[in-house]
Every structure is written in structure tokens, then in C-alpha cells.
Ligand binder design. Structure first.
Ligand code: DQA
Length: 148
């Protein structure tokens, strides 16, 4: 099965964006690691970073017909705003894990609400780039279970 990883707005700037909050690892570094681990586990890998909400909605909709078995998503700022992206994930009914580099619960009050957490299989936050790795491990375990 295929794993789809989605990154929301401004995550293309990882490495230079508020490094005291998000760390110095670039999105390219994260992507290289996730792809290698996924392919080593025998699964296909696809990903998208987009700053535009509609691009993420379109990609989630396309996932229903392209063999995607599991999604890992960091909706970034859309976490706190996007009913549209939430509805897309609900529509395709593909299980997903919500990821954040920072721990939004330790930050401003407007980051304490997520439109995704109550639909997610689980939420991983606060471990910097390692949050993605932990989420990937959980996603691969789920994909392996689904294949068995
Ligand atoms: C984030 C947390 C969000 O509140 C923020 O808008 C982001 C990144 C994170 O990964 O820590 O852009 O999703």
C-alpha cells in the first residue's frame, strides 16, 4: 500500500523558519528520511507540501483513487482554521496521523484547537523533526497490519 505524507503552509521554510521553535532540520532532510524508511518497509511513498488549502484538499481527494492506505499530515496553520481540509479527510475515510514539530498546547491559545485531532488515529507533537519519524513508525505498523 501507499503512504501519503502531507505538509501544510510554511513548512517549505523549515530549517530557517523560527528555528528556536521548529528546529534546523529542513523539509528535504525530513522527506529523505521518511521516504527511505517507507521504501525499506516495502511500501510506496508519496508526499506534498503546499501553501494553498485547495492543493491539499485536491490531493486528499485524489488519495481515494490512488492506492493510498494511510496518511501522515502536518496541517500547519490549517490545523487551527481549515474545516475544508478536515472535511476532505473525513470524505475519503483514509486513516491518518496528525503531526506537529512543536507542541501547540504549550503555545498561544489559538493553537490549542485542532480541526483534525478528533478524526485522527493519533496525534504526535512536540518532538521536532522526530515527531515525523514517530508518526511514520506508527503509520508503517498500521500499513503492515492492513496488508496482513
Ligand atoms: C505546526 C504548529 C502550527 O500551530 C503552526 O501553524 C505551524 C507548524 C508544527 O508543526 O508545530 O505552521 O503545525
Amino acid at each position: 500500500a501507499k503512504l501519503l505524507v502531507l505538509h501544510g503552509p510554511n513548512l517549505n521554510l523549515l530549517g530557517t523558519r523560527e528555528p528556536e521553535v521548529y528546529g534546523r532540520t529542513t523539509l528535504a532532510d525530513i522527506e529523505t528520511d521518511l521516504r527511505a524508511r517507507t521504501e525499506a518497509a516495502g511500501h510506496d511513498y508519496d508526499s506534498l507540501q503546499a501553501n494553498a488549502e485547495h492543493a491539499l484538499v485536491d490531493r486528499v481527494q485524489a488519495a481515494r483513487g490512488d492506492g493510498t492506505g494511510f496518511i501522515v499530515i502536518n496541517p500547519a496553520a490549517f490545523t487551527h482554521t481549515s474545516v475544508a481540509l478536515r472535511d476532505a479527510l473525513a470524505a475519503v475515510a483514509i486513516p491518518f496521523i496528525e503531526v506537529h514539530l512543536s507542541n501547540p498546547h504549550r503555545r498561544e491559545a489559538f493553537r490549542h484547537t485542532s480541526y483534525f485531532s478528533d478524526l485522527a488515529v493519533g496525534v504526535i507533537c512536540g518532538f521536532g523533526a522526530d515527531s515525523y519519524r514517530y508518526a511514520l513508525d506508527a503509520a508503517l505498523a498500521r500499513l503492515a497490519g492492513a496488508a496482513a
